[in-house]
Design a protein around this ligand. Structure first.
Ligand SMILES: [Mn+2]
Length: 339
């Protein structure tokens, strides 16, 4: 008996953007220069940090010099990535004018996001690589594709275009980016192309089980207690349509010092409460309050709109913002923001 062949491609597949012209320009950018500053946003993440490190390996194989920089250092959960210990906290003083001739940015919707004055104030030409829909296309070359799951998936396509050999180190860095930005392939940004890229990266040596172990399973007892506190502080608002939680200064004092990425994945967990339209998590971080908002495809929300109103940005289903002020407990068990 003959099997019927399915020929229809799923309609939910997103419209792919043709990046070949941008790849051509990005290639020329790299060929025409020799020494690069690579930077992501402050306290980099798996996607932007992984992509930045992958690019440093790519440039190395092309006999170019590159220095990766991320303000605030590398989160504990990424300290397994190859060469992560060579990421600088800031651009070295003498470097910016005399030595480097190009800047490549990863996941920065504008130059300010790097938090690096020397990059912000520099006149060096910029190659801007990103997948945020609110990217300001501020670069001299913009390799921006919001249909991609991650910067890492975009860099993966770019490597294929360049014809550079994918080494085990590169595969590890890029798979980490794809894995973390798709919430372990569970978010709606996971597409056929994402899984194809991931599958191919595994052939070059990256191991998804190891990446999962380092990025998500590294929870110590303080981290778990901090999650406990945040879960305890969770409330439903607006007819149970919004799940919201906070970590106040007082909570932080009670819990003690925490690694900066302790709450990675927390707001996604809140977002799983049935019936909610979106989830919001606010936490005190020094003098600032960091906010993250998440929703899901079927909830028909654009949380980047809300984040923008609050001075931040991001994607339709995952966005963030920062506020000046302090989160304080109130007598009725709630909380408020004090300027
Ligand atoms: Mn990303």
């Amino acid at each position: 008996m003959k099997l019927k062949r399915k020929t229809k491609v799923a309609k939910i597949q997103k419209q792919m953007q043709n990046n070949t012209p941008a790849f051509e320009e990005a290639k020329k950018f790299i060929e025409s220069k020799n020494r690069f500053i690579l930077a992501s946003h402050a306290r980099t993440d798996g996607d932007d940090g992984g992509s930045m490190l992958a690019m440093s390996f790519i440039l190395q194989s092309l006999n170019k010099a590159a220095i990766p920089v991320a303000k605030g250092g590398v989160p504990l959960t990424l300290q397994f990535l190859p060469k992560q210990n060579e990421i600088f906290d800031d651009v070295p003083n003498e470097a910016i004018k005399e030595f480097y001739d190009g800047i490549i940015l990863f996941g920065c919707n504008n130059k300010q996001r790097t938090g690096l004055d020397k990059v912000i104030n520099s006149n060096l030409p910029v190659l801007n690589i990103d997948h945020h829909q609110d990217n300001a296309r501020f670069g001299d070359i913009n390799l921006v594709d919001e249909t991609k799951s991650s910067v890492a998936e975009l860099v993966f396509d770019f490597i294929k275009f360049l014809g550079v050999e994918i080494t085990p180190d590169i595969s590890k860095c890029l798979l980490t980016g794809i894995f973390t930005d798709t919430g372990s392939f569970m978010h709606s940004n996971t597409q056929a192309s994402t899984l194809e890229a991931a599958g191919e990266l595994m052939k070059y040596g990256a191991r998804v089980d190891k990446i999962h172990e380092f990025t998500y399973q590294n929870k110590d007892i303080r981290g778990l207690k901090a999650w406990g506190k945040a879960l305890e502080n969770t409330r439903l608002a607006k007819n149970n349509e919004i799940a919201i939680s906070v970590i106040t200064e007082e909570d932080l004092r009670e819990i003690g010092d925490l690694p900066s990425d302790t709450f990675g994945g927390f707001v996604e967990t809140l977002n799983k409460i049935p019936g909610t339209r979106f989830a919001m998590f606010l936490r005190q971080d020094g003098n600032k309050i960091k906010g993250s908002i998440r929703s899901e495809e079927n909830k028909k929300m654009d949380v980047s709109f809300l984040a923008k109103l609050l001075g931040g940005g991001g994607h339709k289903l995952a966005a963030g913002f920062e506020l000046e002020g302090r989160l304080k407990r109130t007598a009725d068990g709630g909380w408020k923001i004090e300027k």
